[in-house]
Every structure is written in structure tokens, then in C-alpha cells.
Ligand binder design. Structure first.
Ligand code: HEC
Ligand code: HEC
Ligand code: HEC
Ligand code: HEC
Ligand code: HEC
Ligand code: HEC
Length: 289
């Protein structure tokens, strides 16, 4: 996964910095003045130098990068990284590096090409691979961690906007609505041991058809393409959305010294969700808008 690559990158990249540079390059900088191999695809809009190598201007949009005072450089400048700003650094890396080789094995990909269960993947979360044909009682699930903690380690507490705010107890009315919905639609929307909303209230960890669609635990949005995952579509409103938020984001940036990027995107294909969020079904179980 990319974190590992970043780590390796941070460990070794000092080595490529040549001593004759006028200014000391940052010690752990990415290599430069190399001709990209076939593994790398440089966007057409990223210039190479005359020897067809990546150099400062390939990655940095700031003019005459080499001659800038490195100590004073504004890393939050939107041109610091070419065609920035980028929401996360890795988005920039993926402009040239292929995403796949850096990706972690996706544990949610649970079925092989024949549709058989890949048992090794079950063992990340279960003490043994359960037989989905059996009726499994909650105490027989053999989860390695309580359900409310089982996603952490691999995912962040805040994998997306709004995930954190949801980690609380629904009030009594909402709880009743959830229970009623579960019974009427024969679906699971589990709460944590403390009655709080957790990742698996909205998400299922299982690829579709690992657990029968007839069972409450197997009811989820129909999408089995784990390689593709979630697909967002760029939306024409994005420009308006960004313009609308621009001032507030700039204020926030000057207060915190961090650069924020927001994009309005629509979910095109969803995955690993118990109910569709795209059409609002999931949200309306709990919310009355
Ligand atoms: C392959 C892309 C790439 C190339 C080529 C490249 N850089 Fe960078 N540069 C980066 C990345 C990525 C960072 C930021 C690392 C971070 O923020 O952790 C960076 C950071 C910097 C910084 C800020 C360091 C700091 O942390 O304060 C300077 C200055 C810089 N680069 C100068 C240069 C110069 C000069 C060249 C040409 C000799 C160059 N870069 C070539 C990707 C590149
Ligand atoms: C402008 C394109 C470009 C960008 C952006 C870029 N890289 Fe690279 N990176 C390269 C090239 C070219 C090489 C040299 C290896 C090659 O050609 O296969 C390389 C090599 C590396 C290597 C050494 C791996 C090896 O095969 O030796 C690591 C690690 C790496 N990059 C990490 C990153 C990270 C992390 C980022 C984002 C911070 C990043 N790169 C951004 C073009 C880029
Ligand atoms: C990322 C963690 C994770 C992985 C990996 C995982 N499970 Fe689960 N599993 C859970 C959780 C959490 C539950 C609790 C019920 C729920 O949330 O739907 C569960 C419940 C189950 C149940 C009980 C469903 C019911 O009817 O209540 C079965 C059967 C099951 N898992 C089978 C599997 C199999 C087979 C694999 C491997 C292909 C697997 N699981 C991999 C987290 C995981
Ligand atoms: C052993 C590590 C691991 C565990 C545990 C784990 N995940 Fe993941 N998850 C991944 C990987 C790897 C991906 C693939 C995408 C990526 O690299 O981020 C992923 C992707 C996802 C996606 C996005 C699907 C996509 O492809 O776009 C969702 C949603 C998700 N996980 C939810 C959960 C939930 C909910 C839990 C806890 C029940 C959980 N995951 C537990 C490793 C894990
Ligand atoms: C209130 C419902 C809800 C809760 C709670 C929630 N999510 Fe999500 N999550 C969503 C929706 C909706 C999406 C986007 C649609 C999709 O999954 O296909 C999403 C997307 C994701 C993605 C993919 C992000 C991407 O853009 O690739 C990951 C990973 C993920 N969630 C993990 C988690 C984890 C881990 C938790 C617990 C900390 C969690 N979610 C809590 C509703 C929720
Ligand atoms: C399992 C129940 C549940 C589901 C499903 C759910 N929510 Fe929530 N949501 C809550 C609870 C509880 C809160 C926190 C209390 C409150 O603000 O009502 C909350 C808070 C929010 C907030 C913050 C409100 C504020 O005042 O800041 C937003 C926005 C939100 N939810 C949107 C969504 C969206 C969008 C979806 C569907 C993708 C969704 N929720 C799905 C229960 C849920």
C-alpha cells in the first residue's frame, strides 16, 4: 500500500540528492532527473526536461523552482504541486504512479473467480471461516475485536466526511425507527455494544453473496466489483460548489495554516453499504428531513 511506499520513499530518497545542488534539497525528497520507466505514466500536462527526465518543473508548478528559497517556499500554494491543490498527497503521487501496485490487499474481496469463498480473508476478522449457509448466532461469530472496533487499524476513525459525527447514540425515537425498519425489511442495522452507531451500521464488511441475500446480514447494495469499488462522478455543480465555499475555505486555511480542498461529487456506484445512500434510503431510516 502507498503508506509503505511512502515510508520506503522517505527512508531512501535522501540518497538521490546530489551534493552539488546550490541549495540543500530537502533530505527526504523524491528523486528527480531520472527518465521515467514504463511503470510510470506522466500526464501530458506535466513537462519533462529536454532529456525526457522528470525535474523540478515536472512536479512543481511554481516558476523556477530550483531558484526559489527553499526555506521560504509556500507549500500551501496551489501550484506547489502541479495542477494542485490535492486533497491528500497520495492523490498527487497517483498522477504518475499506478495505484494498483501500492494498494493493500482488499480483504473485502471475498470471492474468487469461481464464486468460492477465499477463507484466508475471513480470518482478518473472524477466528475461523464461518459457513454462511449455517445460521450463526451473534455469540458464534468469533469476531477478533468488538464490531465497533473491527474496522480500525485498516481504516481511519474518519474515513470520510460525517463518519465521526455518526458515532453516537441515536435518541429513542430514532432507535425505534431503526428497529421498525429492521423488522419490516428483514435487514441488519446493528448498533455497538453501547448502542452507538458504528461503521457496520451503514456498511457491511462482506462482499455481496458471501452471505445469502435472503438473510438480514446479506442484504446490501448490489455491486460485486471490488476492484472498482466506489465510483464518484464529477458533477457540473462542482464549480459552483467550490466558488460558494471558496471564501470560507480560505478563512479556514489562514486560521489553520492548512489547505483544504472540497469537491462536490455524486456517488455513481456504491459498494459495501447495507442500503443505498445514493437514493437516500439509508439516510432516511434514521433521519426525517
Ligand atoms: C516526482 C516529483 C518531484 C520532483 C521531480 C521534484 N519534487 Fe520537490 N517535492 C515533491 C514532493 C512530493 C514534495 C513534498 C514532500 C512532503 O511534503 O512531504 C516536494 C517538496 C519540495 C520542497 C519543499 C520541501 C519542504 O518540505 O519544505 C522543495 C523546496 C522542493 N520539493 C524542491 C524541488 C526541486 C528544487 C526540484 C528539482 C531539483 C524538485 N523539488 C523536484 C515532488 C517532487
Ligand atoms: C511526475 C511524476 C511523479 C510523481 C507525481 C511522483 N512520482 Fe514517484 N517516481 C516517478 C519516477 C519517474 C520514478 C523513477 C522510477 C521509475 O521510473 O519507475 C519514481 C520513483 C518513485 C519511488 C521509487 C520506487 C522505485 O521503483 O525505485 C518511490 C517510492 C516513489 N516514486 C514514490 C512517490 C510518492 C510517494 C509520490 C507522491 C508523494 C510520488 N512518487 C510522486 C515519478 C513520479
Ligand atoms: C472486515 C471484517 C470482516 C471480515 C473480513 C469478514 N467478516 Fe464476517 N462478519 C463481520 C462482522 C462485523 C459481522 C457481524 C454481523 C454484521 O455486521 O453483519 C460478521 C458476521 C458474519 C456472519 C454472520 C452473519 C449473520 O447471519 O449474522 C457470517 C456467516 C460471516 N460473517 C461470514 C464471513 C465469511 C465467510 C468471511 C470471509 C469470506 C467473513 N465473514 C469475513 C466482519 C467480517
Ligand atoms: C484488514 C484490513 C481491513 C479491515 C479490517 C477492513 N477493511 Fe475496509 N478496506 C480495506 C482495503 C484494503 C480496502 C480497499 C481500498 C483501500 O485500499 O483503501 C477497503 C475498502 C473499504 C471500503 C470501500 C470500498 C471501495 O473499494 O471503494 C469500505 C466501504 C470499507 N472498506 C469498509 C470497511 C468496514 C465497514 C470495515 C469494518 C467492518 C472494514 N472496511 C474493515 C481493508 C480493510
Ligand atoms: C451514516 C452511515 C455511515 C457510517 C456510520 C460510516 N459510513 Fe463509510 N460510507 C458511507 C457512505 C454513504 C459512503 C459512500 C458510498 C459507498 O460506500 O459506496 C461511505 C464510504 C466509505 C468508504 C469509501 C470511501 C471512498 O471514497 O473510497 C470507506 C473506506 C468507509 N466508508 C469506511 C467507513 C468506516 C471505517 C466507518 C466507521 C468509522 C464508516 N465508513 C462509517 C456511510 C457511512
Ligand atoms: C443509523 C442511523 C443513521 C443513519 C443510517 C444515518 N444517520 Fe446521519 N445521523 C444520525 C445520528 C444519530 C446523528 C447525530 C444526531 C443528530 O444530529 O441527529 C446524525 C447526524 C447527521 C448529520 C449531522 C447533523 C448536524 O446537525 O450536524 C448529517 C449531515 C447526517 N447525519 C447525514 C446523514 C446522511 C447523508 C446519511 C445517509 C448517507 C445518514 N446521515 C445516515 C443517524 C444516522
Amino acid at each position: 500500500m502507498l503508506l509503505r511506499a511512502l515510508f520506503i520513499f522517505l527512508l531512501f530518497h535522501g540518497v538521490f540528492v546530489s551534493a552539488e545542488d546550490v541549495q540543500q534539497m530537502p533530505a527526504m525528497h523524491h528523486l528527480f532527473d531520472v527518465k521515467p520507466s514504463a511503470d510510470i505514466s506522466i500526464p501530458d500536462s506535466f513537462p519533462l526536461n529536454k532529456n525526457k527526465q522528470i525535474d523540478c518543473q515536472t512536479c512543481h508548478g511554481i516558476k523556477d523552482m530550483k531558484d526559489q528559497d527553499f526555506k521560504k517556499i509556500d507549500k500551501s500554494d496551489k501550484d506547489f504541486f502541479r495542477e494542485g491543490p490535492y486533497e491528500v498527497l497520495t492523490d498527487f503521487c497517483y498522477r504518475c504512479h499506478e495505484k494498483k501496485p501500492y494498494q493493500r490487499d482488499n480483504v473485502h474481496k471475498m470471492l474468487d473467480s469461481e464464486g468460492s469463498i477465499i477463507e484466508d480473508n475471513c480470518l482478518y476478522c473472524h477466528q475461523e471461516a464461518l459457513d454462511p449457509e449455517q445460521d450463526i448466532k451473534p455469540e458464534e461469530r468469533g469476531l477478533r475485536l468488538p464490531a465497533q472496533n473491527i474496522c480500525y487499524g485498516c481504516h481511519l476513525y474518519t474515513p470520510h466526511f460525517n463518519a465521526l459525527i455518526h458515532q453516537q447514540k441515536p435518541d429513542e425515537d430514532m432507535k425505534k425507527r431503526i428497529n421498525k425498519y429492521e423488522q419490516q425489511h428483514k435487514i441488519n442495522l446493528p448498533l455497538s455494544d453501547d448502542g452507538e452507531i458504528m461503521c457496520t451500521t451503514c456498511h457491511t464488511p462482506h462482499q455481496i453473496d458471501v452471505i445469502s441475500r435472503e438473510k438480514p446480514a446479506g442484504k446490501q447494495v448490489v455491486n460485486s466489483d471490488m476492484d472498482e469499488g466506489i465510483v464518484y462522478r464529477k458533477h457540473p455543480w462542482n464549480k459552483v460548489f467550490i466558488a460558494d465555499k471558496k471564501d470560507r475555505l480560505e478563512t479556514l486555511a489562514s486560521q489553520t495554516g492548512k489547505k483544504y480542498a472540497l469537491n462536490y461529487q455524486r456517488i455513481e456506484k456504491e459498494i459495501l453499504l447495507r442500503l443505498s445512500a445514493k437514493d437516500g434510503t439509508l439516510c432516511l431510516v434514521c433521519h426525517e428531513f
